[in-house]
Design a protein around this ligand. Sequence first.
Ligand SMILES: [Zn+2]
Length: 194
Amino acid sequence: MAIKTIGFLSFLFFTACVWAQEIPEREFFRRMDLGEELMNKGEYEAAQKEFIFILENKEVLPSNLAYLFGRNSYHLSLYKQSINWLNKYLQIKGTKGQYYDEAVLYLQYSEDKYLEIQRNLSRQMIDELNNQDYDCGGLEKMICPVCKGSGVVIKHGAFGDTYHTCIYSAGEAFLSCEEYNLFMRGLLEPKISY
Ligand SMILES: [Zn+2]
C-alpha cells in the first residue's frame, strides 16, 4: 500500500516536472543572437524561424526582438508587419535604443515600399497582401502564444510569483486564427485590461 502510494506520488512529481519544464532564458537569447547573425548574413528565412520561436514561446518579449523581427520582416517584404514592430520598438525604447538609427532607417524603407505597393495595387490586392502570412496550419484556433494556452501569465516579482489572467486570450487557451495573425503582426489589442 505504502509503496503504491510512493509510486503514485513519484509519478505525479515526474508529470509535474515535465509539465513545468520551461525553455531556459539563455536559449531565447542564444536564438535571438543566432537570428541576428543569420539576418546580417542575408539568410532572412532562417532568421525569421528563430525570431518566431521566441515570439511564440517567450513570456516577456525582449524589446530588441521588436527591432530584429521588424527589420527582418522588411527583408522578407512583409512591410506592414515590419512597420508595426519597428514602431513598437521605437515606442518602447525612444531615442535611447541600441538600434535606434537602424530602426528609423528600416522603418523608412518599409514605409516607402508599403506606400509604393499601395499606389500600384488595387484594394483587393492590398487586402490579400495583408492577410497572407500565417495560415494557422489549416486550424481555426491556435494556442495563445502569450500564455501558452494556460490562460494565465505568471509574473516573477521580488515577493514571489503572481498570476494574471492572460489579457490577449482573456483566460482562454486559444486565439482564433485571425487573432493569431494580428498578434504576429503586432496588432492584437488586449481583450481585457487591468
Ligand atoms: Zn493567452
